[in-house]
Design a protein around this ligand. Sequence first.
Ligand SMILES: Nc1ncnc2c1ncn2[C@@H]1O[C@H](COP(=O)(O)OP(=O)(O)OP(=O)(O)O)[C@@H](O)[C@H]1O
Length: 695
Amino acid sequence: MNSLVALAGTSLLNNDKSTTVQDLEKRIPGFSVLQDFFKKWLRLDLTTLLTAAALMGAASSGAQSIQETGSKVYWWIVRFLTASISIAGNDRLNREVLNWLGAHVLLKKGTRILTANSETIRNDAWSYRRVNQERNDYHHEKRMPVQYLPTFGTTWFIHGRNIFMVRRILTSSAHYHSSWTRTPDEYAGAPEGDEPLVVMCLGRSVEPIKRFLGTCREFADKQREAYITVRISKRSYDETWDTTILRPLRPLETVHFDETVKESLVADISNYLDVNTRKFYNRRGIPYRRGFLLYGPPGTGKTSLSLALAGKFGLELYLLHMPSVRDDSVLEKLFTALPPRCLVLLEDIDAVGIKRRPRKSDDDDDSDDSDKNSDKDDSDSDHGRGRSSCTLSGLLNVLDGVASQEGRIVLMTSNFAEKLDKALVRPGRVDKMLYLGHISPRSSELMFLRMYGPDADGAAPADREVQLPQQELERLALEFNKTIPDEVFTPAQVQGYLLNYRNSPLDAAANALEWVQEELRLIAAAKEKERKANEAKRKKRKERKLRRAAKMAEAMRNYASDEELEELRQKVEEKKKRKKKDQPAGAGEKTEGGDEKQSEQKEKEKEKEGEEKRSEEKEKEAGEDEAPKQNGTGQNGTTAAAIHDTPNGVSGEHTKEETASNGATEDKAPPKVKVNGQAASTEEPVVTNGISGEH
Ligand SMILES: Nc1ncnc2c1ncn2[C@@H]1O[C@H](COP(=O)(O)OP(=O)(O)OP(=O)(O)O)[C@@H](O)[C@H]1O
C-alpha cells in the first residue's frame, strides 16, 4: 500500500496524471473505474488524495527518524558524560536510596510530582471472594505514616559537590498503559516498589556514586536504630521471609525477671557473638551455633525477651510460629534463606512432633458417649495448642543438620517444655534452658515504676492526670509491691491491671488489693472447677470399667461350649495386645480391671512423695535466710527465672503438671511449688510460682 501511495505521489509531483493512472491501473485492476466514479459522483480526484497521503506519510517517518537519531545522540552524550550504577527493584539498597531522596531532596526542593505510600493491603475479598472488612483505623494503633517518595522518571540533585540523577524506571505494565494512551508516566500508574533504579552522576567515575550509596545506607541504619527488624514469612506459596516489620526497640530493662539470670544470659550471648568465638569454634571443629529454650507459662515474657535481646545485640529477628509452618520443606527453605548473623525465634516449639492419640478400636464399642466427649475434649485441647505439620526430624535437621547455617542464635519458646523430645533439647541444639515464671512483688514494683515513671527520654508523659514527684511514685510502687502475692500472677496479668489505670498511678495503687482478692477468688473457683471435672472423669472411667467387667462375666456365664469360651478368650487376648501396642512407649503395662488399682497405687505414692517434698521444703525455708535461693524468686527479689545448661535427656522428668486458672493458663512447672509464699502440695493442680526445677 505504501508503495502505491508513493507511486501516486511521485507521478503527480512530476505532473503526469495519465501515466500515474495507467501505472496504478496496472497494479490495481479497476483503478480507472474507481477514479471515474469518484470524479463523477463525489467530485474527488483519487490520485490527488493519494498524493496528499504520501506527503503526510513521508513527513511522519522523517520526524520519527529524526526523533530516533536525537534519542541516540542524547544517550550517547549521557553515557559519555556520566557514570551510573543500577539497583534492582527487590534490593534493600533500592529502598534505602528512595528513603534518602524522600527525606533530603524531595522535601527540600519542594518537588511537585511525588508518589505516596503507607502500607500494602492485599485485597483478600477479590482473591478469595470474601467480604472485605473495612479497616478501623481509630483502633489500629500502629498505622504507618504516609511516606512521600520520587515517582517514575528522573530526580536530580547535588550531593557532595556532584550532580546526581536518579531514574526510577517504569515497570512493563505501566509502560504499556502510558505508551498506548500517550499519558505521561507519572499519571499512567504508581510505583509498586519493585522498580529498578539507576543512579547517575555527572563525571566519568563511579566513586561519587559509591559514596552516595554509603550515605543512604548510613541514613537507613540510623533510622533503624530505634527499631528492631522482625522478618516473618506470610506468603506460604513462595516460602521466603517476605514481610518486614519494624518494632520499636524494647530495652532489656523493661522485661522483668531475675537480674542475675538476665546478666548471665546477656554475657552468654555477648561471648558467643565475639569475633574470637567463631575462630575458636572453627579451629576446634565445633559447629558455630547457639540455641536457647525459653519456657514457662503464657504471658511471662518469652517473646518480649526475644525482642529485647534482638534490640540489645542489634540483630534482625526472624520469627517463625511453628504451628503455622506448612511442612519440613518450607522450614528447610526458610532456614536456608537465613543470613549468617541473626536471631531466629521459633515460637511454640512443642507443637512439633506431638503424636495424635491412638484412635479407639472398634471393639471398644461399649464406651459411652460421655467418654467419647472427653476424648474429643482432649483432642480439642491438643488442637488449641496447635499441632505443627513439621516433623521432629525435619526440625532437628534444620537446627544442626549438615546443611544448616552457622552463626545464628536460635531461641525456642514453649509453654510445655516437658513435652519436648530429648533429642531436641540436647546440648548443641539447646545449649541453655531459661525458665520464665510468675511475677514477684519486686518485679511488680519495677513494672509499676516503668508504667508511671518518666519516658525513656526523661520527659513526663503528657497525658497523665496528675504529675507525681518521683519520691511519691516510689512510695506508691512500694505500696503496690506489698499487695502483690509472690509468684501467683503472670507479668502479663499485672501489666494488664496497670494498663487499666494508665493515667492514674494513685488509683492503681489504691485498687490493687481489691483486684488481687478478686483474682485470687477467680483462681480458687477455677481450681475447684477443674478438680471437680477431674473427679467426674475418674468416676466415669471407673464406671465404664465396671460395666465392661460385668459384660465379660455375663458372657462367660452364658457360654455354650468350650470352643466358644476359647474364642472369647482369644478375643480378649487380641484386644490386650492391641492396647499394649497403642500405648505410648514407656507407659507401664496395664491389665484389664487392674488399671484402677494401679492408679490408686500411684496416687498413694504421689501423696507420699508430696508429704516428703513438703517437709523438705519447710526445712529449706527454715534455712533460707542463710542460704541464697536456688530456685524461685531471684536473689534480688525479681520474678522467678532460672538459667541452666541443658543436661542430656532433660526432657520431662523435671517438671510437674499444674494449671493456673484465670486466663486459663495451663503450664508445667518444676516440682517445688509455692503459693503466696507458702509451701503447697504439688498433688493438686495449683497456681504456679514458677520456681526453677532442679535440672
Ligand atoms: N517478664 C516480663 N516483664 C515485663 N513485661 C512482661 C513480662 N512478661 C510478660 N510481659 C508483658 O506481657 C505481655 C505478653 O508477654 P509475652 O508475649 O512476651 O509473653 P510470652 O511468655 O511470650 O507468652 P506466650 O507464651 O503466650 O507467647 C507483653 O505485653 C509483655 O510486655
